[in-house]
Design a protein around this ligand. Structure first.
Ligand SMILES: C[S@@+](CC[C@H](N)C(=O)[O-])C[C@H]1O[C@@H](n2cnc3c(N)ncnc32)[C@H](O)[C@@H]1O
Length: 254
């Protein structure tokens, strides 16, 4: 399996292997990123808040070392069923090493394989799906298919939440992002021995990522409705974005 996001400025990389190399230091580096965990908590609380009470079944797509999965568990309580999916065996090993409620499990697969994996893991569509920092890592020409697959794996009236960095179209956001990467992110990755290659890739992949308008259009093409965008506070304002979107009821009433 080769993961090679296209970029004019990067040579193709085996992304899953680069994430494997970064896995051991991933949690440490996110602890040094002010706002990372708070942003996950805000997005997962917003997602769960729209799904109502009752035992929920959720996807955590691109779950990595389980930080987004943890935020989902905190938002739902322990009686949740969560399937965390990730392409990197190393990141999944970090996730599996943590303590989880009985309903939380992890699967090694790409988001492009979601339809097949869903048939193996769940009896039917989930109530909701969360994907934090995933879609940017999917080649642009495959993103529509992945968004459509995510929408199809959520029940009618269920919700999808996506969180990622989007700077395209804003000169100010792009410049702030590049400055933070050069002055803080890349040096910290070197100091903590956190696989600088993945952080160089992070910088460039964010510059190349969909604009919020492009992602908005993908979500609508996949049939999702009621899109609600928000951005983070502090230095990430206008850089880190969250979007919530609902799969409409099948009878077309809403
Ligand atoms: C930046 S990490 C985010 C992890 C987690 N969601 C979090 O918020 O901490 C991105 C994760 O996406 C995974 N990933 C990248 N491309 C993927 C794909 N096509 N399918 C599944 N996982 C992918 C990587 O292996 C990595 O673990």
């Amino acid at each position: 399996m080769t993961l090679t996001p296209r970029s004019r400025r990067t040579s193709p990389v085996r992304l899953d292997e680069e994430f494997d190399r970064a896995a051991g230091r991933y949690d440490l580096l996110t602890r040094l990123n002010p706002g990372y965990h708070a942003a996950l908590r805000r997005a997962t609380a917003a997602l769960v808040g729209r799904l109502g009470s009752g035992p929920l079944t959720l996807w955590d797509l691109g779950c990595g070392s389980g930080l987004s999965t943890r935020a989902l568990v905190e938002a739902t309580g322990p009686s949740v069923r969560i399937v965390g999916l990730d392409a990197s065996a190393g990141m999944l090993a970090q996730a599996r090493d943590k303590q989880w409620p009985a309903g939380v499990g992890f699967v090694h697969a790409t988001a492009q394989e979601l339809a097949r994996v869903a048939g193996e893991e769940l009896d039917g569509p989930a109530d909701g799906a969360f994907a934090a920092y995933l879609l940017r890592n999917v080649p642009a020409e495959e993103r529509d298919a992945v968004v459509r697959a995510i929408a199809e794996q959520v029940r009618p009236d269920g919700w999808v939440a996506l969180q990622d960095y989007h700077v395209k179209g804003s000169r100010r956001a792009s410049a702030t992002w590049s400055t933070v990467c050069r002055l803080i992110v890349t040096p910290l990755a070197v100091v903590t021995r956190g696989n600088p290659a993945i952080y160089t890739y992070l910088h460039r992949s964010v510059l190349d990522n969909d604009s919020t308008a492009e992602l908005d259009a993908r979500l609508r093409r996949a049939g999702l409705v009621d899109l609600e965008w928000s951005t983070a506070a502090g230095w990430q304002r206008g850089i880190l974005h969250t979007v919530l979107a609902r799969r409409p009821l099948e009878d077309g009433t809403a």
